[in-house]
Design a protein around this ligand. Sequence first.
Ligand code: ADP
Length: 622
Amino acid sequence: MSDTLKTRLHRKALTWAVALIAGAAAMVLALLLLLFPALERVYLNQLGSREASTLGLAVEGLNGSLRRFEALPGLIAERPDLARALRDPSDTALIDRVNADLRRTAEEVGLSDIFLIDPDGLTIAASNHWKELSFVGQNFAYRPYFTLALAGQQGRFFALGTTSGERGYFFAEAVRDTTGIVGVLAVKFTVDAFEAAWRDGTNDIIVQDDAGVIFMASRPDWHFRSLGPLSDAARDAIEATKKYPMDQLLPLQITQQPFDERFRHLSITGDDGQTERFIVQSQMIPEAGWQVSLLTPTEQAWTRAMGTVALTALLLLLVGLIATVVIQRRMQLQERIRAALSMQEELEHRVTRRTAELKEANRLITQEVEERRAAETLLRQTQTELIQAGKLAALGQMAAALSHEFNQPLAAVKSFARNAAAYLDRGQPDKVRQNVGMIDDMADRLAAISTHLRNFARRPGEKTEPILLNRALDSALIILEPKMRASGCRVDRGTIDGEIWVLGGQVRLQQVFVNLLSNAVDAMSDQTDPLIDLSIDLENNRVHVSVRDRGTGMTDAEIAQLFDPFFTTKEPGKGMGLGLSISYNIVRDFGGTLEGRNHPDGGAVFTVSLTLAEAPSMAAAE
Ligand code: ADP
């Protein structure tokens, strides 16, 4: 697979993975948005439950105030001055005293107003008598608390003060003397302080009366508004009792729907067109006929639900991102492993290829070696055959030389035999013996020639083994001893350290040295003090044995033919020209070489080089 194709496939896989993660995240997000209303509902429920205590506190506060002031009119009404003043309202001193008394009491108990009303509804004394907007002289016959109190019941009523313009709660009780009810004592407490406290919280609180009119609210612009239109009867009753200002009795623009058994949804669109949403919970104050409602803005729950969705989305995004990064890393890692594997594969391929090439090269070399070996064998064979052929060719020469060599002694033998016969006939036995002795010499000479010929006819390849060089040299010198003595030749052997073992054959090597030493003696035949230098040099695994004489040396033409069979410069009867030729072949059979050259200081040097051998073990040597 090509690299670009791999990269494209890798990218495609990555795009798929990312798309899959993005799709999953989008699905979860969509699900969350779908679940958003339920989530908001849960938070709304939590919110409402948490704020229930706020509603409880507000109701408790109101209830407490109501209960506190409820008993007050009855107590104050029992003061005798009040009934007296009602009986004689013209007694200004008494009225003044009652006014002062009421003012003090109002201040002490924290009431807004305390006032005394005669049976016609006219206020004859009041705690606010000294104020500009005093109740004194005002007629409250239209107020229900007055009519109820006058009828002997406890009057209670909430209304906007027609004189003061302040909203307040009125309690009223009948003032009695011995004759019965002579008037009414009413007290009023304002609710502004409650509202001020409510405004501090995050919630809104409204209090509706039995007709549904909001008479208390944490927001002043909701005063006298209602959550829905008022019935005509209710409006008439309000108008009759001058409870609220009729022009302000307007319903709020709302939509309501139930949430659960405790809460309900409420949205209020203000005069500015802005809609606010609340979760509402209510509680009744039955004695007063009030419904206290706590309006908690739903915004908080919405924000929290939104926050949860956003947080989840963020988390999803983060998880998606991490997953993408992890997947990408994994893919990169896989890609790297794949690359490494393919590289290894390629390497293995290369190694296999190279091994095959090497094997082939090896095979070719082996083949070449085989061919060369075969060629060499052929060459050797050819050489051997050539040598043999050469020998055959030389046979003609040899035959001629032989006939010459043999004819001469044979002719001599013949003549010595004839002479012997003649001397025998003449009865000269000494002469006969002399001639027979000469015949014997001739026979020896013929035997020597025959021995040479036997050596020459030998084929190479006889066994080679470790032999002692020293011994071969010693034997050769012993053999030549008589010849040396005859010619007065000395041998300088130099010094040889220990035994030197070489590869060869004992008798054949000895024959080589005999030849070389013999030639050296011959070369110095006309010298007065012939001397032969015999030296041995070791070099690596070779040993060089040199035989140097101080004769006339050799011409270049002679050097060129030295090792040719039957090459001789010696006079007939002295040499056959086979010694060096045979020696050359012997040394070559040992794996050595034989060289002949002139010494710079005169004379000839013949050097035999042989391969050194390990001394055989004692047992083998013996
Ligand atoms: P032969 O000794 O029978 O002549 P060789 O093969 O031993 O046969 O020697 C061949 C020839 O090499 C000799 O005739 C001679 O001319 C030459 N020759 C050999 N050894 C020496 C030497 N030490 N000094 C000079 N010439 C030599």
